[in-house]
Design a protein around this ligand. Structure first.
Ligand SMILES: Cc1cc2nc3c(=O)[nH]c(=O)nc-3n(C[C@H](O)[C@H](O)[C@H](O)COP(=O)(O)O)c2cc1C
Length: 228
């Protein structure tokens, strides 16, 4: 019985967090997230799942005022957040050249991070290569390859936003920017070095400046279909 009550409490707390989370348009510029809380949010990104465990992401926390100001130009959907968010994260994703099965990154993940013995590395390299080329048709299409990594980045972003909401922190995910211009700016600023990463999206964190409008969603039966 005690377990049932705990589960109900947990479910209620999770739904409350999902209702609390909204795309926060303007943050209170005077309220800062503590280091401890922000590290907790980052850890949920760190622990997120990725295809073959290749972790295609990089999370760049931009606290530098000058860089935030420069991002306002090409990131039209992020202006108010760049100005007011406590923490502003650029979510980078690896490009084809560093997600290819034989790339230095993939080999590093298999050998050094996942600690596979050499014969397993060879088998996994073939399996990943086959998946990339034949199953998902990524090989030879750089943009599709990049978007494969971005899809995984978005899982980490969702986890960060949910975790933040669980502890009363607001967030906003953003795609309102000119991708090429932002990438050029980040290269010029030395944030993107070489050609391994592009930008997937941005996500801001902080505390709301005002209450949001009521949520709008299609009825659940319009988006869920059961085949019994
Ligand atoms: C991939 C993605 C990109 C988004 N881009 C922006 C953006 O650039 N600027 C912004 O203010 N909101 C942005 N949003 C927020 C959405 O407009 C918002 O999530 C949606 O209207 C639903 O509202 P809610 O999140 O408050 O429930 C984005 C959301 C997602 C998931």
């Amino acid at each position: 019985m005690a377990q049932t009550i705990d589960k109900e409490q947990v479910k209620n707390a999770i739904i409350r967090a999902f209702q609390f989370r909204h795309a926060c348009k303007k943050f209170d510029p005077d309220k800062k997230i503590s280091d401890e809380d922000f590290n907790f949010i980052l850890e949920t990104a760190h622990l997120s799942p990725s295809s073959f465990g290749l972790e295609p992401w990089k999370f760049v926390v931009v606290q530098n005022k000058d860089l935030r100001k420069r991002l306002e130009g090409p990131a039209w959907g992020a202006v108010e957040k760049l100005r007011t968010a406590s923490h502003f994260v650029l979510v980078l994703s690896r490009k084809a050249n560093s997600l290819d099965a034989r790339s230095a990154h993939v080999q590093h993940m298999l050998k050094d991070i996942q600690k596979m013995p050499a014969d397993v590395v060879a088998k996994m390299t073939d399996a990943i290569g086959n998946f990339e080329k034949n199953d998902f048709g990524l090989t030879g299409n750089d943009r599709v390859f990049f978007e494969w990594g971005c899809r995984q980045d978005y899982l980490a972003v969702a986890n960060m936003m949910t975790a933040a909401a669980e502890i009363g922190i607001d967030s906003c995910p953003m795609e309102g920017f000119d991708k090429e211009k932002v990438e050029q700016l980040l290269k010029d600023a030395g944030v993107i070095k070489g050609d391994d990463y592009g930008i997937a999206c941005m996500v801001a964190f902080g505390y709301r400046a005002r209450e949001p409008r009521a949520k709008t969603r299609q009825p659940i039966q319009d988006v869920v279909e059961w085949i019994n």
